[in-house]
Design a protein around this ligand. Structure first.
Ligand code: HEM
Length: 462
């Protein structure tokens, strides 16, 4: 069953002014445009004015860029444009500075350490569910943002920030929208040039700064009052010193905290929203998942260890991340010449990798539009190349938060699904909004969000 895209067979633009058509299509329908180019070639060159971009869609080429030749690439233009918001945090920094910061933050994301966050995740989920009522219609995407922020705040920064969810959600969307407009512009204006869009972006960035500086201030005030620092990521960052024994500057601390707060909640919230949406359209999958959950909960309450042993739940999550990868596009810029399958390419090329496009390729996933968790169960045929599936990226820049995200998504999904049935009152498919992340447009009036009707289940739990 088709989950979102209608095929749009349209010829590739050609002729001397073809780039204008590409530009128009990319600006209005980026995902469909990428599909058309990818269908024509695994290495499709997109020329827009003087800008040249290479869309690569074969997993072997993706492996060359992200893994074997990764040192010839930096992050692309898209993320650099978000520098005002993300600064030089883990997502955007490069080379030796990035390596140092990654080493520093890594201990907070080790599997055993992450398992300890399970109780906090369950607690935050319970607090959210206490607000849900039978028969209510709610914007579940908004709820998942609040939950994601609370979880990131509690686990990484040792404090509650869920009450800032609306501020973060709207201002992050405004910043991403502006970033997207500039990325697609043929002649992007310099950052110092005033414009209403730039002003809105600056304002959004200031709101986000406020949230993050408040987190750092609150911790410093607690330390000044003599409180022992909690054993969390913020403490790791604040205690870190460089080779000369200097701590991070306030700006570095702000950049890392902003990156982790934004990267740590937006993607997981998207993944959860899309999973609820897919389950509402596939009641047979929801039913099978509930059977697995009911069996598990009849024995003992949920925990990090127990949720790890639910194969169908894991398969549902994997399949939802395949169909709606929250990071739908990754961009790299070559800083040195590179080659793909013997073909040489120059430095300075923007290389586009779309997990969305790769994940919908029928060569690796037969009937690619179908939501079929069975693909991921033990015994299913699995002869696809490793990078045919890359919701968390790959290589040295692999998502640092992967174990954390998988634990959070699994625990929240299991808790919600075992007690609630979520359905859409509007039967029309929900469109995906390809901002820097892939958000659902199923809110009131087809805007950002995901409205769902809630029905409480009555089940026995240990
Ligand atoms: C479903 C949830 C998530 C998805 C789909 C996701 C996806 C990704 C992807 C694709 C990348 C690589 C980007 C690139 O190579 O250009 C990435 C990087 C990153 N993610 Fe995630 N992520 C998720 C959750 C999280 C969480 C929960 C955190 C933190 C708590 C996090 C923090 C980061 C950071 C800091 C990076 C940059 C890592 C580096 O370059 O060293 N992510 N993520």
């Amino acid at each position: 069953m088709a989950v979102m895209r209608e095929p749009r067979p349209r010829p590739l633009p050609h002729g001397p002014l073809a780039w204008m058509g590409v530009y128009r299509d990319l600006a209005s329908e980026p995902i469909d445009t990428f599909f058309r180019f990818a269908a024509a070639s695994d290495r499709a060159l997109l020329n827009i004015g003087t800008r040249r971009m290479l869309l690569i869609s074969h997993p072997d080429d993706v492996a060359h860029v992200l893994i074997s030749q990764n040192r010839r690439f930096h992050k692309g233009r898209a993320l650099r444009l978000m520098h005002r918001v993300l600064g030089d945090g883990l997502l955007t920094s490069e080379d030796d500075f990035w390596r140092r910061q990654r080493r520093l933050a890594q201990p907070a994301f080790h599997r055993q350490r992450v398992a300890q966050y399970g109780e906090a995740i369950l607690e935050v989920t319970e607090r959210l569910l206490a607000e849900w009522h039978d028969g209510q219609e709610r914007d579940v995407a908004r709820d998942m943002t609040r939950l994601g922020l609370s979880v990131a705040g509690t686990c990484l920064f040792g404090m509650e920030v869920g009450d800032q969810a609306d501020v973060v959600r709207t201002n992050l969307a405004a910043a991403m929208r502006y970033g997207n407009r500039i990325i697609k512009a043929i002649w992007p204006p310099p950052p110092w040039m005033p414009s209403p869009g730039r002003r809105r972006f600056e304002e959004a960035a200031r709101h986000l700064d406020h949230v993050v500086f408040d987190i750092i201030d609150r911790r410093r005030r607690a330390a000044a009052d003599g409180a022992a620092p909690p054993d969390d990521l913020l403490a790791l960052l604040m205690e870190a010193q460089d080779d000369a024994g200097r701590p991070m500057t306030d700006q570095q601390l702000r950049d890392e905290c902003m990156t982790l707060l934004l990267a740590g909640h937006e993607t997981s919230a998207n993944a959860l929203s899309w999973t609820f949406y897919l389950l509402s359209r596939h009641p047979e999958v929801a039913e099978r998942l509930r059977q697995e959950l009911d069996g598990c909960l009849a024995e003992a309450p949920l925990s990090s260890e127990r949720v790890d042993r639910l194969p169908y739940l894991r398969a549902v999550v994997s399949e939802a991340l395949r169909l709606y990868p929250p990071v739908w596009l990754m961009v790299r810029e070559s800083v040195a010449p590179f080659d793909l399958g013997g073909d040489p390419y120059p430095a300075g090329l923007q290389v586009l990798i779309s997990p969305f496009v790769v994940h919908h390729d029928g060569r690796w996933f037969p009937d690619p539009e179908a939501f079929r968790p069975e693909r991921w169960l033990a015994g299913a045929k699995d002869d696809r190349p490793a990078l045919a599936y890359l919701p968390f990226g790959a290589g040295p820049r692999l998502c640092i938060g992967r174990p954390f995200a998988l634990l959070e998504i699994s625990l929240v999904l299991a808790t919600v699904l075992s007690r609630w049935e979520l359905s859409r009152t509007d039967a029309a498919p929900v469109a995906a909004d390809p901002l820097i992340t892939l958000r659902p447009r199923g809110g009131p009036g087809g805007r950002d969000g995901l409205l769902m009707a809630l029905r409480q289940r009555h089940v026995f739990m240990a």
